[in-house]
Design a protein around this ligand. Structure first.
Ligand SMILES: [Zn+2]
Length: 210
């Protein structure tokens, strides 16, 4: 079976995205661009991974995780995080594509991770900060944070962006993610453990000729 295919963006739909219909990840093939950066491909790979461990249920097989399990974890983290932030400086509340780099969470996360001002961030550093803000947008259904269009974060798409960004930040061992989203961190750690166990079983089967 094909793992997945990386294909260049076509002129019909711009941007980077994963589509499960044909198991492809579409990227801008120009390495130095936002939609062609390694961090972007990791985000899209997160969507691929999400599809196979949590969302795909057309054969009614038990998957490694479930939609509800991740949502519960995300809610727990948001409850904890929102209580720990000062209410008046929480985050700029732009839920519909507006961006606010001046939001206090952006400034604090930037200082904590890179010891810089937001205006000095490189593209990859911006991507990391955006990933954190995108998680918040996704798990609060757009009440806080920013990053995606409203259709990408509501209904069936609820928490999908949080999963993809969480995958990216876990895989890159991001300290701020671990600190602010400890339950999500544990969730990804458990999935990794389960996959390692699966691999051991598969390997045993292979070596015994089953
Ligand atoms: Zn995404």
């Amino acid at each position: 079976m094909e793992f997945f295919r990386l294909v260049p963006n076509d002129s019909v739909k711009k941007g980077a995205y994963f589509t499960h219909e044909d198991n492809t990840i579409h990227l801008d093939m120009r390495y130095g661009t936002w939609d062609g950066s390694p961090l972007c491909s990791m985000h899209e790979f997160g969507h691929w991974f999400d599809w196979h461990v949590r969302q795909r249920n057309n054969r009614k097989k038990k998957l490694i995780s479930s939609i509800n399990e991740f949502k519960e974890v995300a809610d727990k983290d948001w409850e904890r995080l929102s209580n720990s932030l000062e209410q008046n400086v929480l985050l700029a509340r732009f839920g519909h594509g507006g961006r606010a780099w001046s939001g206090s969470y952006c400034l604090k996360a930037t200082r904590f991770l890179f010891n810089k001002d937001v205006r000095e961030l490189t593209m990859n550093e911006q991507y990391i900060i955006t990933a954190l803000i995108d998680i918040i947008q996704s798990i609060t259904q757009g009440n806080y944070g920013w990053g995606h269009a409203i259709d990408d974060i509501s209904g069936d798409s609820s928490c999908q962006e949080a999963f993809a960004e969480g995958f990216l930040l876990f895989a890159t061992k991001n300290k701020k993610f671990r600190l602010d989203f400890p339950n999500m961190w544990e969730y990804f750690k458990n999935i990794k453990k389960k996959l390692t166990e699966h691999r051991k079983i598969l390997n045993q089967g292979y070596y015994h000729g089953n």
